[in-house]
Ligand binder design. Sequence first.
Ligand code: E4P
Length: 215
Amino acid sequence: MKLFIDTADVAQIREAYSWGIVDGVTTNPTHVMKSGRKPDEVYREILDIVDGPVSLETIATDTPSIVKEGRALAKLHKNVVVKVPVIREGLKAVKELSADGIKTNVTLNFSPLQALLAAKCGATYISPFVGRLDAIGHIGMDLVRQTRTIYDNYGFKTQILTAAVRHPGHVLESALAGADACTMFFDFMKMLYDHPLTDNGLDTFLKDWAKVTGK
Ligand code: E4P
């Protein structure tokens, strides 16, 4: 499963990318707003750091404007994936952008039928927002599992990119459900390494070795 970092904070991206486990980046307008920087400047810096898919979101809500924005974003770098909301006008744009050979990430996905439509329009990625579904009393991971079944039933190549992750358990469940990718905040990515038994075990080994060497 590919691991993407979900942020527009270049310091976090640089640090996480240095660990050797980051396959790509997802951004959104909120992340860019939080960075406090100009979108173009942040995008170019991210694209310089990471050699992998970088999702950049369109803001328009009508097909011609989304297509125009998407084409402009795609010109920034070969690794750009154009993020488009799963609305009717958005999916029409995805079909056009896909026909141009531009990679797309269909975002704000909350139902398996939306995921089916995105795949039919040739989306490269579909982003189910699992944490936001959990927050309203649904089981977000069911969306990933149902989409996996639908895509496998019909041989769709659209990749499932679990998004709106709220804890490492979502990452585990994504991998078990056969998601192709999972995007998460820096803090959750750090947590993937952690286990108290690893820390305790290492502590004991180092102390015992010190006894052997007398240092
Ligand atoms: C994914 O591509 C989105 O950027 C992200 O996961 C949004 O989730 P959140 O704002 O609910 O955390």
